[in-house]
Design a protein around this ligand. Structure first.
Ligand SMILES: Nc1nc2c(ncn2[C@@H]2O[C@H](COP(=O)(O)OP(=O)(O)OP(=O)(O)O)[C@@H](O)[C@H]2O)c(=O)[nH]1
Ligand SMILES: [Mg+2]
Length: 584
């Protein structure tokens, strides 16, 4: 299927032509038929000579209904421009063409209608000249009469040729279905319609709806008036939503593939063409079927920041249009450059931003995004419309390579500084490093640690962090010298103080395996454990605490915790009568 929107001045015969081509009535409302004028969008379709289907979105020509017209053409990439032979080029012909141009519509066809009333030549020439100046370029023209049917076969053939030119839709892309109508069907509930420009919808799909906490579920699908299990782009679709109240959504909302779109109320954009220097401070942004008031903040010669009155699911590269509703004036097209731009808080930030934007063209650019954002989750980039084809540095984080290298260097410096300032600590805690480097996630710190640094027990230090700080090493050496031949005599508390072994120093020595801590202020040399087991194994089994104390030539202060430690390690076992045996 291909979808084409009509465009043209009021009463030039758009709806008559659609009716003649399709046999369907595009003017759905009684009021439209009474007044002989289209007010809102109409939908009709027919089969072309090739066997393909064309669906029309018929728009109103009256200047009062331009917002409706824009909701119709916004999601549709091809236009059928209608000009009446007897009236020629008129103001809404020009405004509609300006809208198509602003949106960058590149595929179109000119139908000069009411050719039974006047020579179509002059209107054709003028319209083609006007169209040639826009994104549509040179378009084929067909003279027709909706009344007599003259020219309709030629128009059908031209539509077929246009359909063949259109780029193939990307059916693997995520869905962003801009809603152009919503209504209630008795017994089915809420139904929305729209033009599916990319992707695929299936009954049962879960979709995201901006502002809704829960996903919405597709209960039924219709296309071209028939129920279908699935619809692939390009298609006109009607989607029946399960459990979504009718007042929850309407024109301008979008149904989205979950997790694939960034809802933003702040975008930096490039203005197309020759931007007016006196762009008003408030305008309406039209994109898809949405129309949202925006505040305009000029940045560069052709770049501005837009603050949207409500967030929209926008992607880098999106085309949109700015209109001044008060003056009935299309101010121009915009191309979205950044959907998550940085705040402009500091002095000079706007000028710096203008320079950055001058380099952007709206084409998603992964390397550029990484350079500007330094560190970002893959999912966040994908939601901006930037395809991710780079390896994450950790988890789902991506980083600019130069920034990542600098972070690695800073990590090394911080760890070295911490070691200087806290010589007794076995490295810098990972979380302290995370804060110091202002990193949003621990996994980033972990990924930045490279040999000779390593992570041990939640700290980052040199792989040789077990080496003792010098003063502690000296103190341990003296313990060894003094107690080496009395391995089960622990230095008294005041001796430990003399040796410079406070609780922190003892902690460092214990972590390094240079001392064995039995209790507060009770330490032995580490080989004491094996020696003790050997001595105790030589006693008649079972043995008492007192026998152990004597055999080990030590005091209760050491013997009690030493035996308890041996019990815990399974080297000795305590019996019900408090005697022990060595476990062999
Ligand atoms: N003689 C003649 N009259 C036509 C032809 N096409 C449309 N008309 C008449 O022109 C008037 C307007 O036609 P519509 O089809 O409603 O025009 P429209 O462009 O859809 O108008 P809006 O939707 O209000 O913008 C009607 O009275 C039609 O009967 C044609 O080819 N020949
Ligand atoms: Mg009409």
């Amino acid at each position: 299927m291909f979808v084409v929107a009509t465009a043209g001045h009021v009463d030039h015969g758009k709806s008559t032509l659609v009716r003649a081509l399709t046999g369907m009535e595009p003017d759905r409302w009684a009021e439209e038929r009474r007044r002989g004028m289209t007010i809102d969008l109409g939908f009709a379709w027919t089969t072309l000579p090739s066997g393909g289907t064309v669906a029309f979105v018929d728009v109103p020509g009256h200047e009062r209904f331009v917002p409706n017209m824009l909701a119709g053409v916004g999601p549709v990439p091809a236009a059928l421009i209608v000009v009446a032979a007897d009236e020629g080029w008129m103001p809404q012909s020009a405004e509609h063409l300006a809208a198509l141009d602003a949106l960058g519509v590149a595929y179109g066809l000119l139908a000069v209608t009411r050719a039974d009333l006047a020579d179509p030549g002059p209107a054709t020439a003028r319209a083609r000249a006007e169209i040639a100046e826009t994104s549509l370029g040179a378009v084929p023209a067909v003279a027709v009469s909706g009344l007599t049917g003259a020219g309709l076969p030629e128009l059908r053939a031209a539509l077929d040729r246009l359909a063949a030119q259109l780029p193939a839709p990307v059916v693997d892309d995520p869905v962003r279905l801009w809603v152009d109508r919503s209504f209630t069907v008795r017994g089915s509930g809420t139904v929305v319609t729209g033009t599916l420009g990319a992707g695929r919808l299936r009954v049962g799909d879960e979709l995201e709806l901006a502002g809704a906490d829960e996903p919405v579920r597709v209960r039924g699908l219709h296309s071209l008036g028939e129920a279908r299990p699935e619809a692939a782009a390009v298609a006109r679709v009607a989607v029946n939503l399960r459990g979504t109240p009718r007042d929850r959504l309407g024109r301008g909302d979008a149904l989205l593939t979950p997790g694939r779109f960034h809802h933003t109320d702040l975008v930096d954009v490039r203005l197309a063409g020759d931007p007016a220097a006196d762009l008003p401070a408030t305008l309406t942004l039209h994109v898809g079927s949405a129309a949202v008031p925006v505040r305009v903040r000029p940045l560069g010669p052709d770049t501005v920041r837009l603050r949207l009155a409500r967030p929209l699911p926008l992607l880098v590269g999106d085309r949109a249009l700015l209109r001044d509703p008060g003056r009935h004036h299309i101010s121009g097209g915009v191309r979205v450059l950044d959907v998550a731009p940085p705040p402009l808080a500091r002095r000079g930030a706007a000028a710096a931003r203008a320079q950055v934007l001058a380099e952007l063209d709206g084409r998603p650019d992964l390397a550029g995004e990484l350079r500007r954002r330094r560190l970002i989750r893959a999912g966040a980039l994908i939601r901006m419309g930037v395809p991710v084809h780079a390896e994450p540095v950790a988890g789902d984080w991506l980083s600019d390579p130069a920034h990542w290298r600098r972070l690695g260097e800073r990590l090394t410096e911080e760890v070295a500084r911490h070691a200087r300032e806290h010589p007794l600590e076995p490295g810098m805690p990972v979380d302290a490093l995370r804060q110091r480097l202002a990193l949003p996630d621990r996994v980033l710190v972990e990924a930045l640690v490279r040999p000779p640094l390593r992570i041990h027990a939640g700290r980052v230090g040199a792989a040789s962090a077990n080496a003792l700080p010098e003063p502690v090493a000296l103190a341990v050496q003296r313990v060894r010298a003094e107690y080496g031949d009395r391995p089960f005599r622990a230095p008294e508390a005041d001796r430990l103080v003399d040796l410079g072994l406070g609780p922190r120093e003892i902690g460092a020595a214990v972590r390094a395996g240079a001392l064995l801590r039995l209790a507060d202020n009770v330490v032995l040399l580490p080989d004491a454990l094996d020696d003790a087991v050997r001595v105790l194994a030589g006693l008649p089994q079972p043995f008492t605490l007192s026998a152990a104390r004597q055999a080990l030539d030590t005091t209760r202060r050491v013997a009690v915790p030493l035996l308890e430690l041996l019990d815990r390690r399974g080297a000795t076992r305590r019996l019900p009568d408090d005697a022990r045996i060595v476990v062999t």
